[in-house]
Design a protein around this ligand. Sequence first.
Ligand SMILES: NC(=O)c1ccc[n+]([C@@H]2O[C@H](COP(=O)([O-])OP(=O)(O)OC[C@H]3O[C@@H](n4cnc5c(N)ncnc54)[C@H](O)[C@@H]3O)[C@@H](O)[C@H]2O)c1
Length: 266
Amino acid sequence: METLREAGVVVTGAGGGIGAALARRFAAEGARVVVNDLDAAKAAAVAAEIGGTAVPGDASGVVGPAREALGGRIDVFCANAGVASEGGPEAPDDVWDTSWDVNVKAHVRAARELVPGWLEDGRGGRFVSTVSAAGLLTMVGSAPYSVTKHAAYAFAEWLSVTYRHRGIAVHAVCPQGVRTDMLRATGATGELVLLPNAIEPDDVADAVFAAMAEDRFLVLPHPETADQYVVRAAEPDRWLGGMNKLQQKLEETLRAEPERDPEVAR
Ligand SMILES: NC(=O)c1ccc[n+]([C@@H]2O[C@H](COP(=O)([O-])OP(=O)(O)OC[C@H]3O[C@@H](n4cnc5c(N)ncnc54)[C@H](O)[C@@H]3O)[C@@H](O)[C@H]2O)c1
């Protein structure tokens, strides 16, 4: 891996959670870090803490101002901002649209602005996509999240297939539960499915840095995800049966404690 000293790094959704952990780690390596978040106060706080630059706003529009803040070049882009929501086909269009926009299209828009420059100047670049294990498997209780994370994974994979011989490194970061505000907001589903083996944001940053050092695409901070991914591919009905048991367990929990059902709580 190239040295990160003085490298220009952008992390979207870095006002907290995994993004903040990534931003701190890059800064500790001597990188110049742009901290993006929709929440301007959070972005400013993390930027102040690490000596970085806050560029608040929607992750979709960050490349231009971030490039300017970094003096003309972005070496590493971490497409990390994401949204999680409940529901299936009944989830309203605006929930689906926001999920597509933040979890997928923000990655596409960033790559559209980054890739030509990375190819033209011959120095390449690094695109780190925070997907989720839901992008390889699924997330019970949330179709918009599962579907858009699969798409984010597919986009990262496509970038890697297309540009790896031209100096662009891509990483797809696919954790299961991570103790962040997002996990805390998932209620009963998160408690049942994600909390039991949840890890810390710093553990995700460790896994990302290990993968960058090895130039490895797939980042699995929970190693057990690899086995589940194999079963999904090799024995889809066995895997679906197991996931459906989890769904049934979730339904039982919500029947026993209806106040935790998001439909009731709303
Ligand atoms: N926490 C988990 O269990 C978990 C597991 C797997 C993957 N992930 C993924 O990790 C990423 C980071 O999530 P987290 O767990 O750290 O959550 P988090 O809620 O702590 O952080 C997400 C940050 O993104 C910001 N954000 C939301 N929409 C934005 C937008 N349009 N533009 C800029 N910033 C925006 C939020 O303000 C927030 O600060 C997400 O992509 C999420 O899907 C999280």
